[in-house]
Ligand binder design. Structure first.
Ligand SMILES: [Zn+2]
Length: 170
């Protein structure tokens, strides 16, 4: 395994990777994807993962839109999908190792015609699972995901990652 961060594969992630909590390593997304994440549980997850948010250039977006028109995928791709592919395309052009993490067939299809690597969200992360819980800063009690203040001692809730060896529940 290389320790060189510059050669580390960059994962371009779509919203499903956040919903299924499959964000690992060097992960990047676009702001449109962050905007799609509305439920409490996923927002909690987002708050603790170190996903970088970057935007592709207008030229890249235009290019990807043209490609999507030629493959017919344009009708099935959202604006955030186009941006994700554009971002992956830019990174690959600049010499980075990159894969789009998605289960979306149209993204996979267009990525393939552009020579971009994709990885499935569902297949990802079978060996590594984390759980995200809210605990009280004061008494350490595990709190409901929607609670921000401990009902017992009144202290602030904090988010904690629980590492698990297997996918078996605690
Ligand atoms: Zn407490």
């Amino acid at each position: 395994m290389t320790k060189n961060k510059n050669n580390e594969k960059v994962f371009i992630i779509d919203a499903s990777a956040i919903f299924f909590k499959k964000v690992y390593g060097n992960s990047v997304t676009v702001s449109d994807v962050i905007d799609e994440v509305k439920d409490d549980d996923s927002r909690l997850y987002l708050a603790i993962t170190k996903i970088k948010v970057e935007e592709p250039s207008k030229d890249s977006i235009k290019f990807i839109e043209q490609m999507a028109k030629s493959t017919g995928d344009i009708y099935k791709l959202s604006k955030s999908d186009i941006k994700l592919i554009a971002l992956a395309y830019e990174k690959k052009k600049s010499g980075k190792k990159v894969a789009i993490l998605t289960d979306d067939y149209s993204i996979q299809n267009l990525a393939k015609s552009l020579g971009l690597e994709t990885e499935s969200v569902i297949q990802k992360g079978i060996t590594k699972t984390f759980r995200w819980i809210k605990v009280c800063r004061g008494c350490g009690r595990v709190l409901n995901a929607k609670t921000n203040v401990c009902p017992i001692c009144g202290c602030e809730a904090i988010i904690r990652r629980v590492d698990k060896q297997s996918s078996k529940s605690l």
